[in-house]
Design a protein around this ligand. Structure first.
Ligand SMILES: Cc1cc2nc3c(=O)[nH]c(=O)nc-3n(C[C@H](O)[C@H](O)[C@H](O)COP(=O)(O)OP(=O)(O)OC[C@H]3O[C@@H](n4cnc5c(N)ncnc54)[C@H](O)[C@@H]3O)c2cc1C
Ligand code: FES
Length: 258
């Protein structure tokens, strides 16, 4: 984990509903806007009362240093995200972050391939913004259930050199799920960054190994309580022993994942 963490209230300055039950929130927080790296996350305390008691983790989906803001993308999953979706511009939310270890950008590699499944687009959107400042090529493979759940399409198309969509219902791009096509996009010459839903990781790891890729990082999700490595509630087994998703991760190199 790098850098100083901020534990404070932030003001919600922008709300966009991007699809049914999917929202973008932008919060004013100069420190996070300056310090965050793609792949890192924040813990938001979504309720003033005790329910839900624990803060919820969200990937940082981008920063605007000039406006001193950071953004998150989220979908409604349970009580915490339902309450978050009810917040309006001007309200304050308690934030703790930036947390965790994000993606490492290898500036010596020319071709960067990003693989996103569902809300996995959130950290990769921030990563694309960073990569856009380098003279590298960027390919994005983005899978979602339907075209309505392909988020921020114009922005993504302006940030990438090549983009391919996969939807489960075939309403945009190829019909299927990310892991049906991911092998076509994994080249040992690229550096690869991936983030997808729970069912994605195991198959992705197998396909990536079979393709012989070495420069590959995968962002994992686990339920979290503390977010700072203290409770051990988020550990995963790796080839280097048990590691905490909130601290050593959420981004891990393929080489240590099992
Ligand atoms: C590092 C990290 C980054 C994340 N980034 C984002 C993001 O950018 N956008 C986004 O929408 N969500 C993200 N999540 C997931 C988000 O934290 C959960 O959706 C949120 O905590 C759900 O809270 P809730 O109170 O609405 O639902 P709960 O009532 O807590 O849970 C609803 C259901 O979802 C399941 N669930 C909750 N959290 C997780 C999880 N982390 N993994 C698997 N199952 C879970 C629960 O078991 C339950 O079945 C991230 C999680 C992690 C760990
Ligand atoms: S959430 Fe507590 S150790 Fe990771």
């Amino acid at each position: 984990m790098t850098g100083k963490k901020i534990n404070t209230f932030t003001r919600l300055v922008e709300v966009q509903q991007l699809a049914e039950d999917v929202f973008l929130h932008r919060y004013k927080c100069p420190q996070i806007a300056q310090r965050a790296n793609p792949g890192q996350f924040v813990m938001l305390r979504v309720a003033g009362g005790i329910q839900p008691f624990l803060p919820r983790p969200f990937s940082i989906a981008g920063v605007d240093e000039s406006k001193q803001t950071f953004s998150i993308l989220f979908n409604i999953r349970g009580e915490g995200t339902r309450l978050l979706a009810q917040k309006s511009v001007g309200e304050s939310v308690h934030v703790f972050g930036p947390l965790g270890t994000g993606f490492t950008i290898d500036k010596n590699i020319h071709h960067h391939t990003l693989i996103a499944g569902g809300m996995g687009i959130a950290p990769l959107f921030f990563l694309l913004q960073k990569l856009n400042k380098l003279s590298v090529t960027k390919t994005l493979l983005y899978a979602a259930r339907s075209s309505q759940l392909i988020l921020l399409r114009p922005e993504l198309e302006s940030l990438t050199d090549n983009i391919a969509y996969i939807t489960e219902d075939g309403s945009l791009g190829k019909k299927g799920i990310a892991t049906d096509f991911v092998g076509d996009y994994l080249s040992p010459d690229s550096t690869i960054y991936a983030c997808g839903p729970a069912g994605f990781n195991e198959t992705f790891i197998q396909v990536a190994r079979s393709k012989g890729v070495t420069r590959c990082q995968l962002s994992l999700e686990q339920q979290m309580a503390c977010g700072v490595g203290a409770c051990l509630g988020c550990v995963v087994r790796t080839r280097d022993g048990y590691q905490r998703v909130c601290t050593e991760g959420p981004v891990f190199p393929l080489s240590i994942l099992t």
